[in-house]
Design a protein around this ligand. Structure first.
Ligand code: AMP
Length: 396
């Protein structure tokens, strides 16, 4: 079966057509500037990337553009749309309603809408993508895969905040966690690669990308994770601040005569390693280069980032009373040997020694601790689209 995986943002739509047997991406790409003017990127399998300006007045037009490309007579990858057996949608917030993926029905759409206020930037866009696909592929079953679902196994010790209880009971303010498809995919693979028994395993996944989060996974279930009600909590990220003293918000607002929304914008878009590097970049490639050239801000940003990753690992070792293996994944985790080496330099107490040769690797599955390390560390590439495709096939 071919599964179309859709990740819909407010003005973009990422897609992949995945063959469920070979698990290869038959085609992939992105529609950008949807509702503005329209830019379409399409890559058939191993073929060349095609980028064109195509008018996309809304997400329905974007979906149509994708479907037309998939069946195009010269660069298409399928003969007819009948070959698409299912559509898997990434949905950011499933609140407490969804602890696993579900086949999309009218009731499910309603329940996702009810989670909109928990993710006002993401869920409405995800719903637009679902609606657009429903119109274009009305007979094809669709599945919603939630970023939050994997973490619904957390117990109240991990998900409750130290706030008046009415905020949880009335507004559902609690830790939800994100990047769930990635944490689920990578933790399962880590258990396999490290030769652990899933039912007797304690692993930590460091998903370090533009957005970053760490999770503690015990016996295959998420027991804690660093993102919270929103993806702002936890690690320092590309442009997000991560954890900080909540009093800082009022302090900045008063100093700079800003509204709460304006301060939140600073915390989401102007902070993280971007802010710490004095706006040099949110991209670790630029930061590493600048550090090597002696830029003190860039160097400090990367050091502080790694230190925070190491602190979270330590707290999750405590939460699980031990750890068997640790994975580094996503753009930074898979590619940045500096961040991995700096993080592991704090973990000697766990009996982890870095293998510097293997740590030079990028984007491939490899053990980066020495063979005699008590706790093993690995690079495990994530593949959120494949995880969504697998979930979709399992349900339809
Ligand atoms: P993601 O959000 O998982 O797509 O990760 C994107 C981030 O990965 C980029 O912003 C970079 O900071 C980082 N990244 C990608 N490639 C490299 C690389 N070769 N070396 C260091 N960092 C990288």
């Amino acid at each position: 079966m071919k599964v179309l995986v859709i990740n819909c943002g407010s003005s973009s739509l990422k897609y992949q057509l995945i063959d469920s047997v070979t698990e290869a991406a038959v085609a992939s790409g992105i529609c950008e500037r949807v509702g503005i003017d329209g830019r379409f990127t399409y890559k058939p399998g191993d073929g060349e990337k095609i980028i064109t300006d195509v008018e996309m007045k809304d997400h329905s037009a974007a979906i149509q553009c994708v479907l037309d490309a998939l069946i195009h007579e010269s660069y298409g990858v399928i003969k007819s749309l009948q070959e698409i057996g299912a559509v898997g949608h990434r949905v950011v917030h499933g609140g407490e309603k969804f602890a696993s993926s579900v086949v999309i029905t009218d009731e499910v759409v309603k329940a996702i809408e009810e989670c909109n206020e928990l993710a006002p930037l993401h869920n409405p866009a995800n719903l637009i993508g679902i609606d657009a696909c429903k119109k274009a592929l009305s007979e094809v079953p669709m599945v919603a895969v939630f970023d939050t679902a994997f973490h619904q196994t957390m117990t109240e010790e991990a998900y409750m905040y130290g706030l008046p209880v009415k905020y949880y009971e009335e507004y559902k303010i609690r830790r939800y966690g994100f990047h769930g498809t990635s944490h689920s995919f990578v933790s399962k693979r880590l258990v396999e690669v490290a030769g652990l028994d899933l039912n007797d395993s304690k692993v930590i996944v460091c998903h370090l990308g533009n957005g970053s989060s760490v999770s503690a996974v015990k016996n295959g279930k998420s027991v804690d994770t660093s993102m919270g009600l929103t993806p702002l909590e936890g690690l320092i990220m590309g442009t997000r601040s991560g954890d900080l003293d909540p009093a800082i918000i009022e302090f900045i607002a008063k100093k700079e005569d800003k509204t709460i929304s304006e301060v939140m914008n600073v915390l989401n878009k102007e902070s993280g390693v971007y802010g710490m590097s004095n706006r040099l970049s949110s991209d670790f490639r630029d930061l590493d280069k600048a550090s090597n050239e002696g830029d003190v801000y860039a160097k400090r940003a990367v050091k502080v980032f790694s230190y925070h990753v190491a602190k979270y690992i330590g707290s999750y070792v405590a939460a699980m009373n031990g750890v068997d293996a640790i994975a580094f994944t996503a753009g930074v985790g898979e590619n940045d040997h500096v961040v991995r080496a700096q993080t592991i330099s704090y973990l000697g107490y766990l009996g982890i020694q870095l293998n510097p040769e293997n740590n030079k690797a990028r984007g491939k599955e490899i053990m980066i601790s020495t063979p005699d390390s008590k706790v093993k560390a690995y690079i495990i590439p994530t593949n959120e689209e494949l995880a969504i495709a697998r979930e979709t096939v399992a349900l339809v």
